[in-house]
Design a protein around this ligand. Structure first.
Ligand SMILES: Nc1ncnc2c1ncn2[C@@H]1O[C@H](COP(=O)(O)OP(=O)(O)OP(=O)(O)O)[C@@H](O)[C@H]1O
Length: 419
């Protein structure tokens, strides 16, 4: 039997990825993939996981988690991808279309998945659509770049990059100042002291000690399922696991009568899920201004001062000419820059960026990282940046590293220079 072909397609934030994926899966003829016409193809992507999550939540249909008591939503990204892949393979497809399969996965889980794919590709064709050149698998037989809706063939990603130089990642203007300086009395923003967390009798976090001071830049690192989201949700007030424990947030001991609102006003927050499903009609300018009101999208009349600040941010981001453009029309990379500006307009004491570069192409990720470094250098806002990738160019001062053990994850703070 002939070894199936394996395709890799480099996409960027202007590629019409969805349309190509639909054509491949719905039996439309795509010249370069004629061999798949009338063959069974299945999709492995974040959007498929979200679709199954929706089925579970709205219709109580446990499809990926049949026979498992835990919900799909409460699983870590690695766990979710594992159950999706198992489900797809059970249906014995002729080919698999995988969109950014390695996003949100830690290094070990990525290499597990890579090994699994290397074994699957002996019998099933793979069509891998990836935003990062490093994610192209070595078994690729045919490599393309998707520009808009057109596929261009290249011998390899290296040949592509030789022909196309990376765009510049420089921001020239300085970070716009806040209209009103934030009131932070305490230099110590967050203090976890001997914190333990369990779910259903299973300990997930084991004796966490972590202090974040004003202006510090942290990268939070840990394998899938190690408890990063759990830690963040204790800071944002979305988890009650901190009650009765020694957790101090912005000068207030957890459980001392603080409201979730008290916490949220101290935090600028961004995770790609905030815009991936966002369908509201708002201009780019209004999206930035909505950061003053803690809503996603603007539902009130902004002041002149707020408009001036938004203009300064858009100039900094080289997006001033898109002030009145609908936010939905921006590229994914542009949307993420705008959402960081939205989270930063008030210069909150703490900015949380939860896997903010997932799904971005190499150039957009570099631009995003340059912006975060700049915020760290030019503002007093502390930053927690969660990412599985070694983000080239990111300049955190400290790492907080979660390591998984039998009794849950332990944490270690390291100075970036020594780690
Ligand atoms: N509400 C819940 N009920 C049961 N288990 C949960 C719940 N929330 C989290 N968990 C479990 O706690 C562990 C830590 O999950 P968490 O989402 O915090 O990890 P993570 O480090 O953010 O993972 P990832 O990098 O994949 O997003 C996982 O094993 C997860 O299944």
């Amino acid at each position: 039997m002939n070894q199936p072909k394996n395709y890799a397609i480099l996409i960027n934030n202007t590629s019409q990825t969805k349309s190509l994926v639909n054509s491949l899966l719905n039996n439309s003829v795509v010249e370069e993939f004629k061999e798949f016409h009338n063959k069974k193809g299945l999709l492995f992507s974040r959007s498929e996981i979200e679709r199954f999550m929706d089925e579970e939540e709205r219709h109580d249909a446990k499809i990926l988690t049949s026979g498992i008591s835990q919900s799909l939503k409460s699983m870590s990204s690695g766990e979710q991808k594992k159950v999706l892949l198992r489900y797809l393979l059970e249906q014995k497809p002729h080919f698999l279309v995988l969109v950014n399969p390695f996003d949100n996965l830690d290094v070990a889980t990525q290499s597990n998945l890579k090994e699994q794919l290397l074994s699957i590709c002996k019998t099933t064709s793979l069509v891998l659509l990836v935003s990062r050149s490093n994610d192209v698998l070595p078994i690729t037989t045919d490599f393309f770049k998707l520009d808009g809706n057109k596929l261009f063939s290249y011998a390899s990603p290296e040949t592509f990059w030789k022909k196309h130089k990376q765009a510049s990642t420089k921001f020239i203007e300085t970070i716009p100042p806040p209209i009103k300086p934030p009131e932070v009395e305490d230099i110590r923003l967050i203090n976890f002291k001997n914190i333990f967390v369990s779910f259903d009798g299973r300990q997930v976090l084991d004796n966490i000690n972590w202090t974040i001071n004003k202006g510090e830049f942290w990268q939070l690192i840990g394998p899938n399922g190690s408890g990063k989201t759990t830690l963040l949700s204790m800071i944002t007030g979305d988890s009650h696991k901190g009650y009765g424990q020694d957790l101090t947030l912005f000068g207030q001991k957890k459980g001392s009568g603080e409201s979730v609102w008290d916490l949220k006003k101290n935090i600028g927050y961004f995770t790609p899920a905030m815009t991936d499903k966002f369908r509201g009609y708002h201009t780019t300018e209004n999206m930035v201004i909505s950061g003053f009101y803690d809503s996603v999208g603007l539902y009130t009349n902004p002041s002149d001062q707020e408009k001036r600040t938004a203009a300064q941010w858009l100039k900094l981001l080289h997006l001033y000419e898109k002030t009145t453009t609908q936010f939905l029309e921006l590229t994914t990379g542009e949307k993420r820059l705008v959402m960081v500006a939205r989270a930063m307009v008030k210069h909150p004491p703490l900015l949380i960026l939860d896997e903010p570069t997932a799904g971005l192409d190499d150039t957009s990720a570099a631009l995003f990282i340059a912006l975060v470094n700049k915020i760290s250098q030019e503002s007093e806002t502390a930053i927690i940046f969660v990412s599985h990738r070694t983000e080239v160019g990111l300049e955190p001062q400290f790492h907080y590293i979660l390591t998984m053990n039998k009794n849950g994850s332990t944490g270690k703070a390291t100075n970036h220079a020594n780690s």
